[in-house]
Design a protein around this ligand. Structure first.
Ligand SMILES: *Cc1c(COP(=O)(O)O)cnc(C)c1O
Length: 434
């Protein structure tokens, strides 16, 4: 697959080059020059397949030419060794649970794939290990740290703002040790991001430490996110091959929904997409016909979607060749307030005995608003459950006291010792750690 920058002034790249670079040299994001069209046979052949087998088939079609035969089979069995079930709520709605991976959020799909391909894309030129730098405000740090944990030839530094991630989130990446270093920055998330960028900008450090980044703009996090859309489609159309699906995607940086829209462009039949946001609604506002107006984010109870300037919007535009009317015609969206999100958490539990995390609840609400519109009335709605409710136990306890048990995987973290290294908000302090 050849990739091009969304800003179109960087040279074409291979997949491996694009992964190694992260962002294109012109500041754009990498996208396929041409999204490949897969034939009806390809799609119908997936109906009896497992998640790893579907992943293998997709990766081989897209990027198989750059890897040894059989590589993606092994990768997919290792990386996607957990389930992604569709749990039915009513006869028009199912919840696609993407939180059965090690860090209990959908980011495990992207991070576990990326951790495995990265050493094959970014090659050390001096025999020293690769050094992955990542700034996080919560879920990304956990998925990246667990993804790279004990991966040979890679060390990862996770920078996070002191006191601004939840205690359980912090323990997911700051108790691991080995090749994972958690760096507690005395500052904000923006400081963490600035420090990472400043270190990257120093060419000598870049070369000496083989620096790379695992943030969500990397194409290696986008491609694996197609897998669960395709797997859900394959499962839900097994007995009814013409069944129409609408995926409802709780969105912040819009990487998740971009992967889904890409699968549709590759020929996955009879699917539509609707995005759900919290008060950070610059994309729904655009989709309703207004100008695209990024602005500073506001804090909400669905904090993983608190993004005011979603970087993947550029990719959505690129998929439509910059044709806004076409993008608005295909993709719809709506926003949900915190007050309504809290009500929905209670209503869904009362009606279906289902505990939805605040992000997932925005999706359920948006589907309830859209499902009787003519365009969707013959569709089955698949709401993506992006995280396990226990990750947001403080909110869940307020709305549904005692209802959400903390899974073993999170509970064991509570007593673990934090191993983070405190630094001031200055690049020099990080460089000293490298
Ligand atoms: C990251 C995240 C989102 C937003 O996903 P995007 O790809 O950034 O749109 C939604 N929910 C949860 C729980 C997340 O961790």
């Amino acid at each position: 697959m050849k990739l091009v920058s969304t800003r179109e002034s960087a040279p074409l790249s291979s997949f491996k080059q694009a992964v190694s670079r992260g962002m294109a040299p012109d500041g754009g994001l990498y996208m396929p020059v041409r999204v490949p069209q897969l034939k009806p046979d390809f799609w119908s052949g997936l109906r009896e397949q497992s998640i790893p087998a579907i992943a293998e088939a997709l990766f081989n079609e897209l990027i198989g030419d750059e890897f040894e035969e059989g590589y993606f089979g092994e990768l997919a069995r290792e990386a996607f060794n957990f389930d992604a079930p569709v749990v039915p709520l009513d006869d028009r709605t199912g919840v696609l649970e993407l939180f059965h991976g090690p860090t209990l959020a959908f980011k495990d799909f992207g991070a576990r794939f990326m951790a495995r391909v990265m050493p094959l894309c970014k090659v050390s030129t001096n025999g020293e290990p690769l050094t992955v730098l990542t700034a996080t405000s919560g879920d990304t740090g956990a998925a990246v740290a667990q993804g790279f944990y004990k991966v040979d030839g890679v060390r990862a530094f996770i920078l996070y703002p002191k006191g601004k991630v939840s205690p359980l989130q912090e323990r997911q990446f700051a108790t691991l040790g080995h090749n994972i270093t958690a760096v507690e920055v005395d500052g904000t998330f923006d400081d963490c991001q600035r420090i990472v960028k400043e270190v990257f900008a120093q060419d000598n450090l870049n070369k000496r430490f083989n620096l790379t980044s695992a943030n969500s703009i990397n194409i290696a996090r986008l491609i694996p996110q197609m897998v669960y859309y395709v797997a859900a489609w394959a499962e839900l159309t097994r007995d009814d091959i013409y069944r129409k699906l609408t995926f409802i995607v709780p969105s912040g940086n819009f990487g998740n929904v971009t992967a889904g829209v890409m699968a549709a462009h590759m020929g996955m039949p009879n699917v539509q997409y609707v995005t759900a946001t919290n008060a950070n609604d610059v994309v729904p506002e655009f989709l309703e016909g207004n100008a695209y107006t990024p602005r500073p984010s506001v804090a909400t109870i669905s904090n993983a979607m608190d993004v005011g300037s979603p970087s993947n919007f550029e990719r959505l535009e690129a998929l439509y060749g910059g044709n806004h009317a076409a993008l608005r015609n295909f993709l719809k969206g709506d926003r949900v307030s915190d007050a309504r999100t809290r009500e929905v958490i209670r209503e869904v539990y009362e009606q279906f005995n289902y505990a939805a995390c605040p992000h997932t609840a925005t999706g359920i609400e948006v589907w309830n608003r859209f499902k009787s519109l003519q365009r969707y009335e013959s569709d089955y709605g698949v709401v993506l459950a992006t995280a396990h409710p226990a990750k947001f136990i403080e909110v869940m306890e307020q709305e549904l006291p005692g209802a959400v048990a903390i899974p073993e995987r999170l509970a064991i973290l509570r007593d673990k010792e934090l191993k983070s290294i405190p630094i001031a908000a200055a690049a020099d302090e990080l460089i000293a750690l490298l």
